[in-house]
Design a protein around this ligand. Structure first.
Ligand code: RB5
Length: 145
């Protein structure tokens, strides 16, 4: 599984924590920055991850900003993206099983690194259930026009 990851300045520290986790778990990932703590605009950093996942270049994406909200809004503008903003382990599992989410967004200013690690590893390790959820996810794709 190939993963794309980025953040804005508000998610820089947590992005590094999650990249450490990906290495520990043996996942291949590409880091889309940013390279410093300088203030940046989150849509600029959401775009390469969202486009990379939508195009199939990456299997999954992880986006982090201060709240996770800006990143998730930006990613969900890209056709083919189902980005879930998650701050608890139950939702991390459910959004993979039910929504087949392909991008995870989290907020560094909302949760601590320990919980973020649990969320990311649960989200990465949970499969889509299919069945009735297949029909619902297809309807999400229909809404994209
Ligand atoms: C940056 O200050 C902050 O607005 C951003 O990280 C994010 O929370 C936006 O949704």
């Amino acid at each position: 599984m190939k993963i794309a990851i980025s953040s804005d300045h508000g998610g820089n520290r947590l992005r590094h924590e999650i990249m450490d986790l990906l290495s520990e778990l043996g996942f291949a990932y590409e880091d889309f920055g940013p390279d410093s703590d300088e203030s940046v605009d989150y849509p600029d950093f959401a775009a390469p991850v969202a486009q990379g996942v939508a195009s199939g270049e990456f299997d999954r994406g992880i986006l982090i900003c201060g709240t996770g909200i800006g990143m998730s809004i930006a990613a969900n503008k890209v056709k083919g993206v189902r980005c879930a903003l998650v701050h608890d382990v139950f939702s991390a599992k459910a959004t993979r099983e039910h929504n087949n989410s392909n991008i995870l967004a989290m907020g560094e200013r909302v949760i601590g690194p320990g919980l973020a690690r649990e969320i990311a590893s649960t989200w990465l390790g949970t499969s889509f259930e299919g069945g009735r959820h297949e029909r619902r996810v297809a309807k999400l794709t229909e809404l994209e026009g």
